[in-house]
Design a protein around this ligand. Sequence first.
Ligand SMILES: Cc1cc2nc3c(=O)[nH]c(=O)nc-3n(C[C@H](O)[C@H](O)[C@H](O)COP(=O)(O)O)c2cc1C
Length: 504
Amino acid sequence: MGKRRAAGVAAGTAGALAALGTWDLLQRKHSVLRNYPLVGHLRYLLESIRPEVQQYFIESNTAGRPFDREIRDTIYERAKGIHGEQAFGTERDVNVAGYEYLLHSMTPLTAPETAPRVRVGGPDCSQPYSMALLNVSAMSFGALSANAIRALNKGAALGGFAHDTGEGGLTGYHLENGGDLIWEIGSGYFSTRTPDGRFDPGRFTENAAHDQVKATSLKLSQGAKPGLGGVLPAAKVSAEIASIRGVPEGQKCVSPPGHQVFSTPTGLIEFIARMRELSGGKPVGFKLCVGHRRDVLAICKAMLEVGTTPDFIIVDGSEGGTAAAPLEYEDHVGAPLTDGLMIMHNALVGSGLRGRIKIAAGGKIASGSDIVKRLIQGADYTNAARAMMMAIGCIQSLRCHTDTCPVGVATQNPRRSRALDVGDKSQRVFRYQQGTVAEAVSMMASMGVTSPDQLTPEMLRRNVSEVENRSYAELYEWLGPGELLSEPRPSWATDWNAASADRF
Ligand SMILES: Cc1cc2nc3c(=O)[nH]c(=O)nc-3n(C[C@H](O)[C@H](O)[C@H](O)COP(=O)(O)O)c2cc1C
């Protein structure tokens, strides 16, 4: 090839690459390409040679416990509006211990067009809220970028579901797009904090009064790190975050492990009642990862003694996600969601309080079957964090704690978060939520039920070995209404008798 021709080819290639790079930067659908023009295409190339190559190159560089490929692809496709039926049948081994399945009806129904909703608000609440079956779980501005918060909230507004602020405070980004909010308060009391870090009732009243705030929630613990307070790594404490939270810039922001506002079960319930009063009667609840069953029973006794109840309780499973937690906590502390739900549901039924309180479930919920299973296990509705992150473009690179999120979801770096297009990603989170709830509703219809309260523990079975299986009715104890108050069965009596409204 002559020199001139080679120079022409080189110039042409450079021009084509420059054009492609410019297109990558300007398009709005692929956050990876907006942040990594040209080289980002390698990811899509690898994805196209799936599944084995993708699994090796993409998943082997992640640590922790990411969602498996099948469910992750379902989230992405649903979010993009691709209504993906799968060819060829399940990839799961259905004969192993632990495998769970739902029972369909011999007379399945046609799924209703409108999904059922859940009324949250007990007898002491004057502004009840109609909750969707699947909502955005608590994730702070700080852990997530401003654009991620905007996209989640805009999606919530489009789909009529709720968006939990997380413990990092109620910010302008939460309020821009009009989606329903559950305002969470953690032990750092951000957005309702006095300069010396105490709870400020005046600021609470002011913020809870926003029309968009439909309920408030006190965070006691979260499944990924029960017994530790919230943590925002130093790299993510930007000037803006520091000013919103009232903490020093560039220093790790650690909330205390416990609360100042209560120390006993009675104190907790009294504080919950105060939050409801200060918020003008909006629903109020608390979030926890269940630990001792005795503590849950102590809270029930406190409700009976104080004479009021929260309107909802969010049970978070130890399998739940986080932006930053020590591995030991992620893997070894707190009750998994099934156990937590079973304890909470039965404790409330047994103490005659279940009718006043709704239970939300969180912990690796991503699909319609997850929703239906959790409803059978005692929940009234569900929340998802990481699945919603994936709907707005998270690729599970597991770098949330480093501020180098490649897709702009979990970073405070404006250059990186710019890659997340709010318009496109809000549509995705909207479609993902709608599609997943629609699948849950369709599954319930296949099971012959028209509403979640017709689901029974007989409808969910688990293989307890390779050759035996049991229904949830057989596997777990299900207390009768008010049973603990009259004659607790021996398996509950010791904890019930030891539980006191005056101490944890
Ligand atoms: C990025 C990120 C940030 C989170 N921030 C909070 C928070 O501020 N407050 C809270 O109660 N839980 C927080 N969580 C936990 C979730 O709300 C939820 O309890 C847990 O992740 C279970 O949901 P998942 O398995 O659907 O992710 C966070 C989780 C993630 C992934």
